[in-house]
Every structure is written in C-alpha cells, then in structure tokens.
Design a protein around this ligand. Structure first.
Ligand code: SF4
Length: 212
C-alpha cells in the first residue's frame, strides 16, 4: 500500500515523464533509487563505454559502482591521479557511448537546468557522448524554469561549493552572491529545453530525494 507521499511523487513523476516526452527526451519514472539503477543498467548494452560527471547522486545511490561491477568499458575520472589525468579523462568521456549525470534542477514542464565550473559535465550533456542518462531525484523538481534556475543557483551550487571549499562568498554565508571569483564553480549555466537527436537524453526520475 503506497503512502500519500509515494502517491504524490508517482503522480508528479509520471506527469513529468509525459512533459519530457513532448520535448523528445526518453523518460522513465522509478519509485526508488534501487529501481532507477536497474532501469539505467537496462538502457546500456554490455561492453558499451560509460563515463560520468561529478554528481554525488549517482555515486550515493550506487550507480557508478553498478557500472564498475558490470561488463562495461568504464572511464572513471575519480581514479585520476593528477589534474592532468583528470583533464584527459574528462575529454575521453566526451566520446563515450553513455554519459551518466544528475541534474541540478528540472522544471515541472521538463526543462533541465545545470551549473558547472569546469564545464565537462554540461559539455557532455549538450554534445559528445552518443547517449546521456540523467538521474533526477524528486526533490529537484521546480514549479517553473525561473524556480529551477533559482534552485540550481541558490541551493545546489552553494552546497557544491562546500564540497570544494574554494574561496567563494557562498562558502562564507551559505547563499549565492553571483560571484566572479577565480574559484567560482558556476561558470556555465545550461538550460536544456529539448533532446536533439530525439531520445539521446534519457531522464530517469526517482521518487526519492537524491543529491541536492
Ligand atoms: S557565490 Fe559564486 S560560487 Fe557560490 S554559488 Fe554563487 S556564483 Fe556560485
């Protein structure tokens, strides 16, 4: 028997799937992170090359480990031993069959919003890998595009800034100051309105809180 929260999340998730499909994304709703892992693995043929961005969601839910454990050619930037190697792996990731990422926010009508410092993650989202799989917790759904941008800039970005502890104003106050500091992690703000080619971007909505 589903709880009211589970029912609401499923109703919202399925409505969002329909909106994403009108924007030419492939889209799925999974009630749990465990089911989302199974769905993601089912979308990727064995022996495909796979890589990912710096998303905490896909690590915390166990998806990156699942790809390591499977029969895939994994390019994992987390294994880089130097900034130079990290840069090389970022470039190699742009030529993979599948790139896995989360999104910083998504509007109720199916627009993705992502912020990036280096730009490797949003570059892969825009062009390069043959397929992109986006994992999105239900906590990242915003009422409209303005709210999605506000969420990405005022919630996701400052929390990410604490991960890297650079000298940015948000690390002093916990909120965004629209900075241009050398350590700014918000160099790129990318709005993805549609998937082109059709179904290149596959969005898996998860009916649980994932990431921030
Ligand atoms: S203060 Fe700078 S680094 Fe921090 S969230 Fe705002 S733009 Fe990004």
């Amino acid at each position: 028997m589903s709880t009211p929260v589970e029912k609401r999340n499923e109703t919202l998730g399925k409505a969002l799937v329909a909106k994403l499909e009108t924007r030419h994304f492939e889209a799925y709703y999974c009630p749990t992170a465990k089911e989302a892992i199974e769905k993601a693995l089912s979308l990727v043929p064995e022996k495909s090359s796979v890589s990912w961005g710096g998303s905490m969601s896909i690590r915390d839910m166990g998806l990156t480990k699942a790809f390591h454990d499977g029969n895939f050619e994994v390019i994992d930037r987390d294994l880089a031993k130097s900034p130079e190697e990290m840069g090389d792996l970022h470039r190699q990731a742009l030529l993979t069959d599948y790139f896995i990422t989360s999104t910083n926010a998504i509007s109720k009508d199916g627009i993705l919003v992502n912020i990036d410092g280096t730009g490797n993650r949003v570059a892969a989202l825009c062009f390069g890998p043959k397929n992109v799989i986006v994992i999105c917790g239900i906590n990242k759904v915003a009422p409209d595009l303005d709210c999605a941008v506000a969420r990405a800039r005022n919630v996701a970005a400052p929390i990410n800034a604490f991960r890297f502890m650079g000298k940015t104003p948000c690390v002093s106050t916990g909120s965004c100051h629209n900075c241009t500091s050398p350590d700014c992690i918000c160099s790129q703000v990318v709005i993805t309105r549609t998937s082109r080619p059709e179904k290149r971007i596959k969005v898996i909505l998860v009916g649980e809180e994932l990431g921030y």
